[in-house]
Ligand binder design. Structure first.
Ligand code: BG6
Length: 497
Protein backbone atom coordinates (compact mmCIF):
# COMPACT_ATOMS: atom_id res chain seq x y z
CA UNK A 1 0.00 0.00 0.00
CA UNK A 2 1.13 3.52 -0.68
CA UNK A 3 1.49 5.84 2.28
CA UNK A 4 0.49 9.40 1.43
CA UNK A 5 2.56 12.41 2.40
CA UNK A 6 1.52 13.50 5.87
CA UNK A 7 2.26 15.06 9.23
CA UNK A 8 2.06 13.30 12.57
CA UNK A 9 1.28 15.63 15.47
CA UNK A 10 2.02 14.02 18.85
CA UNK A 11 0.31 15.46 21.95
CA UNK A 12 2.12 14.65 25.17
CA UNK A 13 5.38 14.50 23.22
CA UNK A 14 7.56 15.18 26.24
CA UNK A 15 6.16 12.02 27.88
CA UNK A 16 7.66 8.65 28.21
CA UNK A 17 5.70 6.86 25.44
CA UNK A 18 7.06 9.18 22.74
CA UNK A 19 10.70 8.44 23.47
CA UNK A 20 10.21 4.82 24.42
CA UNK A 21 7.79 3.63 21.74
CA UNK A 22 6.73 6.15 19.11
CA UNK A 23 10.06 7.59 18.03
CA UNK A 24 11.80 4.17 17.84
CA UNK A 25 8.83 2.86 15.83
CA UNK A 26 9.06 5.82 13.46
CA UNK A 27 12.80 5.35 13.15
CA UNK A 28 12.33 1.73 12.14
CA UNK A 29 9.67 2.71 9.64
CA UNK A 30 12.06 5.30 8.25
CA UNK A 31 14.85 2.78 8.01
CA UNK A 32 12.58 0.25 6.36
CA UNK A 33 11.56 2.97 3.86
CA UNK A 34 7.93 2.76 4.89
CA UNK A 35 7.51 6.46 5.57
CA UNK A 36 6.17 8.62 2.76
CA UNK A 37 8.54 10.82 0.83
CA UNK A 38 7.22 13.90 2.56
CA UNK A 39 6.71 13.35 6.24
CA UNK A 40 7.20 15.35 9.41
CA UNK A 41 6.52 14.80 13.09
CA UNK A 42 5.44 17.73 15.20
CA UNK A 43 5.66 17.08 18.93
CA UNK A 44 3.70 19.19 21.35
CA UNK A 45 3.11 19.35 25.09
CA UNK A 46 3.03 21.96 27.83
CA UNK A 47 6.75 22.30 28.34
CA UNK A 48 8.82 24.63 26.25
CA UNK A 49 11.51 23.17 24.00
CA UNK A 50 13.17 24.13 20.75
CA UNK A 51 13.18 21.68 17.83
CA UNK A 52 16.81 20.91 18.57
CA UNK A 53 16.10 20.22 22.24
CA UNK A 54 13.22 17.94 21.32
CA UNK A 55 15.42 15.98 18.91
CA UNK A 56 18.09 15.63 21.52
CA UNK A 57 15.60 14.62 24.19
CA UNK A 58 13.97 11.83 22.22
CA UNK A 59 17.33 10.36 21.29
CA UNK A 60 18.76 10.59 24.79
CA UNK A 61 15.62 9.12 26.38
CA UNK A 62 15.30 6.26 23.96
CA UNK A 63 17.60 3.38 24.87
CA UNK A 64 16.90 2.00 21.43
CA UNK A 65 18.15 5.06 19.54
CA UNK A 66 21.04 5.56 21.92
CA UNK A 67 22.18 2.03 21.25
CA UNK A 68 21.96 2.74 17.51
CA UNK A 69 24.13 5.83 17.83
CA UNK A 70 27.22 3.76 18.53
CA UNK A 71 26.62 1.19 15.84
CA UNK A 72 24.97 3.08 13.04
CA UNK A 73 25.65 6.04 10.97
CA UNK A 74 25.16 9.18 13.04
CA UNK A 75 24.25 11.06 9.87
CA UNK A 76 21.46 8.60 9.19
CA UNK A 77 19.95 9.12 12.62
CA UNK A 78 20.32 12.83 12.13
CA UNK A 79 18.53 12.68 8.78
CA UNK A 80 15.68 11.01 10.62
CA UNK A 81 15.59 13.43 13.54
CA UNK A 82 15.68 16.36 11.10
CA UNK A 83 12.08 15.46 10.37
CA UNK A 84 11.09 16.06 14.01
CA UNK A 85 9.79 19.43 15.18
CA UNK A 86 8.36 20.78 18.39
CA UNK A 87 5.84 23.42 19.38
CA UNK A 88 4.86 24.00 23.00
CA UNK A 89 1.24 24.37 24.07
CA UNK A 90 1.98 26.40 27.17
CA UNK A 91 -0.62 26.83 29.86
CA UNK A 92 -2.82 29.27 28.05
CA UNK A 93 -4.63 26.90 25.78
CA UNK A 94 -6.52 29.31 23.50
CA UNK A 95 -3.59 31.27 22.14
CA UNK A 96 -1.42 28.23 22.19
CA UNK A 97 -3.70 26.29 19.89
CA UNK A 98 -3.67 29.22 17.46
CA UNK A 99 0.14 29.02 17.57
CA UNK A 100 0.05 25.29 17.13
CA UNK A 101 -2.28 25.62 14.15
CA UNK A 102 -0.01 28.24 12.64
CA UNK A 103 3.00 25.98 13.06
CA UNK A 104 1.15 23.06 11.51
CA UNK A 105 0.25 25.18 8.48
CA UNK A 106 3.80 26.47 8.09
CA UNK A 107 5.31 23.01 8.31
CA UNK A 108 2.70 21.72 5.92
CA UNK A 109 3.66 24.32 3.34
CA UNK A 110 7.40 23.93 3.80
CA UNK A 111 7.35 20.14 3.69
CA UNK A 112 4.51 19.35 1.31
CA UNK A 113 2.47 17.18 3.67
CA UNK A 114 -0.71 17.92 1.70
CA UNK A 115 -2.81 18.76 4.78
CA UNK A 116 -2.97 15.10 5.73
CA UNK A 117 -2.71 15.12 9.50
CA UNK A 118 -2.68 12.47 12.19
CA UNK A 119 -3.13 13.71 15.76
CA UNK A 120 -1.70 11.21 18.22
CA UNK A 121 -3.01 11.77 21.75
CA UNK A 122 -0.52 10.37 24.20
CA UNK A 123 -2.13 12.29 27.06
CA UNK A 124 -4.47 11.39 29.92
CA UNK A 125 -7.96 10.62 28.53
CA UNK A 126 -9.36 13.60 30.45
CA UNK A 127 -7.74 15.82 27.79
CA UNK A 128 -9.05 13.99 24.70
CA UNK A 129 -12.22 15.96 24.28
CA UNK A 130 -10.71 19.38 24.85
CA UNK A 131 -7.86 18.65 22.42
CA UNK A 132 -10.40 17.49 19.83
CA UNK A 133 -12.48 20.62 20.37
CA UNK A 134 -9.48 22.91 20.06
CA UNK A 135 -8.37 21.20 16.87
CA UNK A 136 -11.88 21.63 15.53
CA UNK A 137 -11.94 25.34 16.52
CA UNK A 138 -8.71 25.77 14.58
CA UNK A 139 -10.34 24.08 11.58
CA UNK A 140 -7.89 21.24 11.70
CA UNK A 141 -10.44 18.43 11.66
CA UNK A 142 -12.24 19.04 8.35
CA UNK A 143 -11.39 16.71 5.57
CA UNK A 144 -12.17 18.86 2.53
CA UNK A 145 -8.46 19.34 1.88
CA UNK A 146 -6.43 16.34 3.01
CA UNK A 147 -7.54 13.75 5.54
CA UNK A 148 -7.46 14.11 9.32
CA UNK A 149 -7.16 11.25 11.79
CA UNK A 150 -6.95 11.05 15.55
CA UNK A 151 -5.22 8.24 17.45
CA UNK A 152 -6.02 7.85 21.14
CA UNK A 153 -4.07 5.80 23.63
CA UNK A 154 -5.45 3.48 26.24
CA UNK A 155 -6.98 3.60 28.83
CA UNK A 156 -10.09 4.45 26.87
CA UNK A 157 -12.23 5.45 29.84
CA UNK A 158 -12.44 4.25 33.38
CA UNK A 159 -15.72 2.38 33.12
CA UNK A 160 -18.61 2.06 30.68
CA UNK A 161 -20.10 5.48 31.46
CA UNK A 162 -16.81 7.33 31.00
CA UNK A 163 -15.99 5.38 27.82
CA UNK A 164 -19.36 6.40 26.37
CA UNK A 165 -18.74 9.98 27.36
CA UNK A 166 -15.34 9.88 25.68
CA UNK A 167 -16.83 8.42 22.52
CA UNK A 168 -19.59 11.04 22.46
CA UNK A 169 -17.05 13.77 23.13
CA UNK A 170 -14.78 12.67 20.27
CA UNK A 171 -17.73 12.19 17.94
CA UNK A 172 -18.64 15.87 18.30
CA UNK A 173 -15.49 16.74 16.44
CA UNK A 174 -14.43 13.65 14.49
CA UNK A 175 -16.38 11.03 12.62
CA UNK A 176 -15.90 7.46 13.82
CA UNK A 177 -13.93 6.59 10.68
CA UNK A 178 -11.38 9.26 11.67
CA UNK A 179 -10.87 7.83 15.19
CA UNK A 180 -8.18 5.21 15.86
CA UNK A 181 -8.25 3.71 19.38
CA UNK A 182 -4.95 2.00 19.95
CA UNK A 183 -4.57 -1.34 21.70
CA UNK A 184 -0.96 -2.34 21.23
CA UNK A 185 -1.80 -6.05 21.59
CA UNK A 186 -3.56 -5.86 18.23
CA UNK A 187 -0.23 -4.79 16.77
CA UNK A 188 1.39 -8.02 17.91
CA UNK A 189 2.01 -10.44 15.08
CA UNK A 190 0.79 -13.43 17.09
CA UNK A 191 -2.47 -11.75 18.01
CA UNK A 192 -3.17 -11.09 14.33
CA UNK A 193 -2.17 -14.65 13.61
CA UNK A 194 -5.15 -15.84 15.67
CA UNK A 195 -7.34 -14.82 12.77
CA UNK A 196 -5.15 -16.61 10.26
CA UNK A 197 -4.86 -19.77 12.36
CA UNK A 198 -8.61 -19.96 12.72
CA UNK A 199 -9.81 -18.89 9.33
CA UNK A 200 -7.23 -20.10 6.85
CA UNK A 201 -6.92 -23.70 8.07
CA UNK A 202 -9.53 -26.31 7.59
CA UNK A 203 -8.03 -28.47 10.33
CA UNK A 204 -8.86 -26.12 13.21
CA UNK A 205 -12.12 -24.35 12.50
CA UNK A 206 -14.33 -27.47 12.36
CA UNK A 207 -13.19 -28.30 15.91
CA UNK A 208 -13.51 -24.75 17.22
CA UNK A 209 -16.73 -25.15 19.19
CA UNK A 210 -18.48 -26.71 22.18
CA UNK A 211 -18.51 -30.18 20.60
CA UNK A 212 -14.73 -30.52 20.76
CA UNK A 213 -13.43 -27.87 23.11
CA UNK A 214 -13.52 -28.56 26.81
CA UNK A 215 -12.32 -25.20 28.08
CA UNK A 216 -10.20 -22.25 27.09
CA UNK A 217 -7.50 -20.78 29.27
CA UNK A 218 -5.61 -17.53 28.87
CA UNK A 219 -2.62 -16.49 30.93
CA UNK A 220 -1.00 -13.10 30.82
CA UNK A 221 1.89 -12.94 33.26
CA UNK A 222 4.50 -10.27 33.78
CA UNK A 223 7.55 -10.45 36.01
CA UNK A 224 7.68 -6.71 36.58
CA UNK A 225 5.78 -4.96 39.34
CA UNK A 226 4.12 -1.59 38.81
CA UNK A 227 7.50 0.02 38.06
CA UNK A 228 7.21 3.81 38.17
CA UNK A 229 3.51 3.87 37.45
CA UNK A 230 2.17 3.30 40.97
CA UNK A 231 0.04 6.47 40.88
CA UNK A 232 -1.75 5.46 37.68
CA UNK A 233 -1.92 1.77 38.47
CA UNK A 234 -3.38 2.14 41.93
CA UNK A 235 -6.45 3.81 40.42
CA UNK A 236 -6.63 1.26 37.66
CA UNK A 237 -5.75 -2.29 38.73
CA UNK A 238 -5.18 -5.35 36.57
CA UNK A 239 -8.76 -5.71 35.41
CA UNK A 240 -8.82 -2.25 33.86
CA UNK A 241 -5.17 -2.13 32.86
CA UNK A 242 -4.97 -5.46 31.00
CA UNK A 243 -8.20 -7.40 30.96
CA UNK A 244 -10.66 -4.80 29.68
CA UNK A 245 -8.40 -3.93 26.77
CA UNK A 246 -5.71 -6.39 25.69
CA UNK A 247 -7.24 -9.60 26.99
CA UNK A 248 -10.75 -8.93 25.79
CA UNK A 249 -9.25 -8.18 22.38
CA UNK A 250 -7.57 -11.59 22.36
CA UNK A 251 -10.79 -13.19 23.60
CA UNK A 252 -12.87 -11.54 20.89
CA UNK A 253 -10.54 -12.98 18.23
CA UNK A 254 -10.73 -16.45 19.77
CA UNK A 255 -14.50 -16.34 20.12
CA UNK A 256 -15.70 -14.51 16.98
CA UNK A 257 -17.48 -16.07 14.03
CA UNK A 258 -15.73 -16.09 10.63
CA UNK A 259 -15.97 -12.65 9.03
CA UNK A 260 -17.19 -12.40 5.43
CA UNK A 261 -13.87 -10.90 4.41
CA UNK A 262 -10.85 -9.24 5.98
CA UNK A 263 -12.07 -5.65 5.79
CA UNK A 264 -11.92 -3.52 8.92
CA UNK A 265 -15.67 -3.26 9.27
CA UNK A 266 -16.45 -6.94 8.72
CA UNK A 267 -13.81 -8.08 11.20
CA UNK A 268 -14.85 -5.53 13.78
CA UNK A 269 -18.55 -6.33 13.37
CA UNK A 270 -17.79 -9.93 14.30
CA UNK A 271 -15.60 -8.91 17.23
CA UNK A 272 -18.36 -6.73 18.63
CA UNK A 273 -20.83 -9.59 18.31
CA UNK A 274 -18.39 -11.85 20.16
CA UNK A 275 -17.93 -9.35 22.98
CA UNK A 276 -21.66 -8.90 23.28
CA UNK A 277 -22.12 -12.62 23.71
CA UNK A 278 -19.93 -12.85 26.84
CA UNK A 279 -22.30 -13.60 29.71
CA UNK A 280 -22.37 -10.53 31.95
CA UNK A 281 -22.17 -11.41 35.64
CA UNK A 282 -25.34 -10.39 37.31
CA UNK A 283 -24.89 -10.22 41.06
CA UNK A 284 -22.42 -10.43 43.91
CA UNK A 285 -22.77 -14.19 44.23
CA UNK A 286 -21.93 -14.64 40.58
CA UNK A 287 -18.92 -12.36 40.88
CA UNK A 288 -17.62 -13.96 44.07
CA UNK A 289 -17.80 -17.38 42.45
CA UNK A 290 -16.27 -16.41 39.14
CA UNK A 291 -13.59 -13.85 39.85
CA UNK A 292 -10.54 -13.59 42.03
CA UNK A 293 -8.40 -10.60 42.87
CA UNK A 294 -4.94 -10.68 44.34
CA UNK A 295 -2.08 -8.37 45.24
CA UNK A 296 1.62 -9.18 45.45
CA UNK A 297 3.31 -8.98 48.81
CA UNK A 298 7.01 -8.61 49.57
CA UNK A 299 9.17 -11.63 48.99
CA UNK A 300 12.60 -12.80 47.91
CA UNK A 301 13.21 -13.49 44.26
CA UNK A 302 16.57 -15.13 43.49
CA UNK A 303 17.85 -14.04 46.85
CA UNK A 304 16.80 -10.43 46.37
CA UNK A 305 14.15 -8.73 48.41
CA UNK A 306 11.26 -7.51 46.28
CA UNK A 307 8.84 -4.88 47.55
CA UNK A 308 5.20 -5.63 48.11
CA UNK A 309 2.67 -3.69 46.05
CA UNK A 310 1.63 -1.52 48.99
CA UNK A 311 5.22 -0.38 49.50
CA UNK A 312 5.57 0.81 45.90
CA UNK A 313 5.87 4.52 45.20
CA UNK A 314 2.56 6.21 44.48
CA UNK A 315 0.52 3.36 45.96
CA UNK A 316 -1.81 3.82 48.93
CA UNK A 317 -0.36 1.77 51.83
CA UNK A 318 -3.88 0.38 52.47
CA UNK A 319 -4.64 -0.20 48.81
CA UNK A 320 -6.87 -3.12 47.81
CA UNK A 321 -6.16 -2.59 44.09
CA UNK A 322 -5.49 -5.88 42.34
CA UNK A 323 -2.23 -6.77 40.63
CA UNK A 324 -3.72 -10.21 39.89
CA UNK A 325 -7.12 -10.74 38.34
CA UNK A 326 -8.71 -14.02 37.30
CA UNK A 327 -12.11 -14.36 35.69
CA UNK A 328 -14.18 -17.35 34.67
CA UNK A 329 -16.99 -16.77 32.22
CA UNK A 330 -19.19 -18.34 29.59
CA UNK A 331 -20.08 -17.21 26.10
CA UNK A 332 -23.77 -17.29 25.37
CA UNK A 333 -24.02 -18.28 21.75
CA UNK A 334 -24.45 -21.39 19.63
CA UNK A 335 -20.78 -22.11 19.19
CA UNK A 336 -19.64 -21.76 22.80
CA UNK A 337 -22.60 -22.86 24.89
CA UNK A 338 -21.32 -24.43 28.13
CA UNK A 339 -17.57 -23.98 27.43
CA UNK A 340 -15.84 -22.24 30.36
CA UNK A 341 -13.21 -19.59 29.68
CA UNK A 342 -10.58 -18.96 32.37
CA UNK A 343 -8.48 -15.84 32.09
CA UNK A 344 -5.84 -14.47 34.43
CA UNK A 345 -3.50 -11.55 34.29
CA UNK A 346 -0.94 -10.45 36.84
CA UNK A 347 2.24 -8.62 37.67
CA UNK A 348 5.17 -10.14 39.60
CA UNK A 349 4.67 -13.67 38.33
CA UNK A 350 7.55 -16.14 37.93
CA UNK A 351 7.89 -15.49 34.18
CA UNK A 352 6.72 -13.16 31.42
CA UNK A 353 4.32 -14.97 29.16
CA UNK A 354 1.06 -14.50 27.32
CA UNK A 355 -0.62 -17.56 25.91
CA UNK A 356 -4.04 -18.93 25.08
CA UNK A 357 -4.63 -22.64 25.52
CA UNK A 358 -7.48 -24.46 23.83
CA UNK A 359 -8.11 -27.66 25.76
CA UNK A 360 -9.90 -30.26 23.65
CA UNK A 361 -12.26 -32.86 25.09
CA UNK A 362 -11.10 -36.39 25.71
CA UNK A 363 -12.20 -38.92 23.10
CA UNK A 364 -15.64 -40.33 23.98
CA UNK A 365 -14.38 -43.81 24.51
CA UNK A 366 -10.99 -44.53 25.97
CA UNK A 367 -9.16 -47.44 24.51
CA UNK A 368 -5.70 -47.09 26.04
CA UNK A 369 -4.95 -47.32 29.75
CA UNK A 370 -2.87 -44.18 30.20
CA UNK A 371 -5.27 -42.07 28.24
CA UNK A 372 -7.54 -41.18 31.11
CA UNK A 373 -5.13 -38.75 32.71
CA UNK A 374 -6.24 -35.27 31.92
CA UNK A 375 -2.82 -33.90 30.97
CA UNK A 376 -2.88 -36.23 27.99
CA UNK A 377 -5.62 -34.23 26.31
CA UNK A 378 -5.03 -32.44 23.08
CA UNK A 379 -4.14 -28.85 23.50
CA UNK A 380 -3.52 -26.06 21.07
CA UNK A 381 -1.28 -23.48 22.68
CA UNK A 382 -1.07 -20.10 21.08
CA UNK A 383 2.02 -18.44 22.41
CA UNK A 384 1.58 -14.71 22.04
CA UNK A 385 4.88 -13.78 23.72
CA UNK A 386 7.74 -14.49 24.14
CA UNK A 387 8.88 -17.39 21.88
CA UNK A 388 6.00 -16.47 19.59
CA UNK A 389 4.47 -19.52 18.01
CA UNK A 390 1.92 -22.31 18.12
CA UNK A 391 2.15 -25.68 19.81
CA UNK A 392 -0.04 -28.72 19.49
CA UNK A 393 0.09 -31.33 22.21
CA UNK A 394 -1.04 -34.76 21.14
CA UNK A 395 -0.78 -38.35 22.26
CA UNK A 396 1.78 -40.77 20.80
CA UNK A 397 2.51 -44.35 21.61
CA UNK A 398 5.41 -44.94 23.96
CA UNK A 399 7.71 -47.25 21.99
CA UNK A 400 7.79 -50.76 23.34
CA UNK A 401 5.29 -53.19 24.69
CA UNK A 402 1.61 -52.39 25.21
CA UNK A 403 -0.21 -49.24 24.22
CA UNK A 404 0.99 -46.56 26.52
CA UNK A 405 0.32 -43.03 25.45
CA UNK A 406 2.37 -39.98 26.21
CA UNK A 407 2.23 -36.42 25.00
CA UNK A 408 4.34 -35.11 22.20
CA UNK A 409 4.64 -31.55 20.88
CA UNK A 410 4.30 -30.30 17.39
CA UNK A 411 5.49 -26.77 17.34
CA UNK A 412 6.02 -23.79 15.15
CA UNK A 413 8.06 -20.80 16.22
CA UNK A 414 8.12 -17.53 14.36
CA UNK A 415 11.84 -17.31 14.94
CA UNK A 416 12.27 -20.34 12.65
CA UNK A 417 10.89 -18.47 9.65
CA UNK A 418 13.45 -17.03 7.26
CA UNK A 419 11.32 -13.94 6.96
CA UNK A 420 11.04 -13.58 10.72
CA UNK A 421 11.35 -9.82 10.74
CA UNK A 422 8.59 -9.25 13.26
CA UNK A 423 7.53 -5.61 13.31
CA UNK A 424 7.10 -4.03 16.70
CA UNK A 425 3.42 -3.47 17.60
CA UNK A 426 3.69 0.33 17.48
CA UNK A 427 5.43 0.24 14.12
CA UNK A 428 2.68 -1.84 12.58
CA UNK A 429 -0.12 0.17 14.15
CA UNK A 430 1.35 3.55 13.23
CA UNK A 431 1.84 2.46 9.65
CA UNK A 432 -1.74 1.18 9.47
CA UNK A 433 -3.11 4.49 10.73
CA UNK A 434 -0.92 6.35 8.23
CA UNK A 435 -2.45 4.22 5.49
CA UNK A 436 -6.00 4.63 6.79
CA UNK A 437 -6.45 0.99 7.79
CA UNK A 438 -8.36 0.71 11.06
CA UNK A 439 -8.69 -3.10 11.18
CA UNK A 440 -6.31 -3.32 14.12
CA UNK A 441 -7.87 -0.44 16.02
CA UNK A 442 -10.81 -0.73 18.40
CA UNK A 443 -14.11 0.73 17.23
CA UNK A 444 -16.40 2.73 19.57
CA UNK A 445 -18.96 -0.06 19.98
CA UNK A 446 -16.19 -2.60 20.57
CA UNK A 447 -14.72 -0.65 23.46
CA UNK A 448 -18.16 -0.13 24.96
CA UNK A 449 -19.03 -3.83 24.68
CA UNK A 450 -15.79 -4.67 26.50
CA UNK A 451 -16.57 -2.22 29.32
CA UNK A 452 -20.09 -3.57 29.54
CA UNK A 453 -18.70 -6.97 30.51
CA UNK A 454 -16.15 -5.59 32.97
CA UNK A 455 -18.30 -2.92 34.62
CA UNK A 456 -20.34 -5.09 37.06
CA UNK A 457 -17.15 -6.82 38.25
CA UNK A 458 -15.41 -3.51 38.89
CA UNK A 459 -18.43 -2.16 40.70
CA UNK A 460 -18.79 -5.21 42.93
CA UNK A 461 -15.05 -5.34 43.67
CA UNK A 462 -15.20 -1.73 44.72
CA UNK A 463 -18.39 -1.78 46.74
CA UNK A 464 -18.82 -5.21 48.25
CA UNK A 465 -17.33 -6.03 51.64
CA UNK A 466 -17.45 -9.69 50.71
CA UNK A 467 -14.68 -9.30 48.10
CA UNK A 468 -11.19 -10.02 49.40
CA UNK A 469 -7.93 -9.05 47.77
CA UNK A 470 -5.78 -12.11 48.42
CA UNK A 471 -2.06 -11.71 48.87
CA UNK A 472 0.51 -13.69 46.88
CA UNK A 473 4.24 -13.66 47.28
CA UNK A 474 5.92 -11.69 44.48
CA UNK A 475 7.39 -14.13 41.99
CA UNK A 476 4.74 -16.84 42.45
CA UNK A 477 1.74 -17.90 40.35
CA UNK A 478 -0.82 -15.93 42.36
CA UNK A 479 -2.97 -16.42 45.45
CA UNK A 480 -3.03 -19.91 46.97
CA UNK A 481 -6.74 -20.29 46.26
CA UNK A 482 -6.43 -19.40 42.56
CA UNK A 483 -6.80 -23.04 41.54
CA UNK A 484 -10.27 -23.12 43.08
CA UNK A 485 -11.56 -20.80 40.39
CA UNK A 486 -10.45 -23.08 37.60
CA UNK A 487 -12.60 -26.05 38.49
CA UNK A 488 -10.63 -28.37 36.24
CA UNK A 489 -8.79 -31.45 37.34
CA UNK A 490 -5.29 -30.00 37.02
CA UNK A 491 -5.88 -26.33 37.78
CA UNK A 492 -4.14 -23.66 35.71
CA UNK A 493 -1.57 -24.71 33.20
CA UNK A 494 1.56 -22.85 34.10
CA UNK A 495 3.75 -22.36 31.03
CA UNK A 496 6.48 -24.92 31.05
CA UNK A 497 4.18 -27.66 32.42
C1 BG6 B 1 0.14 -1.95 29.09
C2 BG6 B 1 -0.19 -1.95 30.56
O1 BG6 B 1 -0.99 -1.61 28.33
O2 BG6 B 1 0.59 -3.25 28.72
C3 BG6 B 1 1.03 -2.32 31.37
O3 BG6 B 1 -0.64 -0.64 30.93
C4 BG6 B 1 1.59 -3.64 30.90
O4 BG6 B 1 0.73 -2.39 32.75
C5 BG6 B 1 1.77 -3.65 29.38
O5 BG6 B 1 2.83 -3.85 31.53
C6 BG6 B 1 2.14 -5.04 28.89
O6 BG6 B 1 2.49 -4.98 27.54
P1 BG6 B 1 3.40 -6.10 26.88
O7 BG6 B 1 3.42 -5.75 25.42
O8 BG6 B 1 4.74 -5.98 27.54
O9 BG6 B 1 2.76 -7.40 27.18
Amino acid sequence: KKTKNQMLVIFGASGDLTARKLIPALYNLYKGQHLPEKFVVLGTSRSFMTDAEFREKVVSESDFLKSKLDKEDKDFIQQFTNQLFYQDLGDNYTDSYANLAKRIKELNEEHGTEENYIFYLSTPPSLYESIAKNLCDQELTKEDTGWKRIIVEKPFGYDLASAKELNDGLHHYFEEKQVYRIDHYLGKETVQNLLVTRFSNSIFEPLWNRNYIHHVEITNAETVGVEKRGGYYDKSGALRDMFQSHLLQIISLLVMEPPINSSAEEIRDEKVKALKSLRVMKDEKDILENTLRGQYVASQINGEKVKGYREEEGVDPDSTTETYAAVKFFVDNWRWKGVPFYVRTAKRMPTKVTEAVIHFKTPHHQVFPSQDTYRQDNKLIIRIQPDEGILIKFGVKVPGLGFHVEQANMDFYYSDLDSAQVMDAYERLLLDAMQGDSTLYARADEVEAAWNFVDPILKCWKESDAVTTFGYAAGTWGPKNSDELIAEKFGWRNPGD
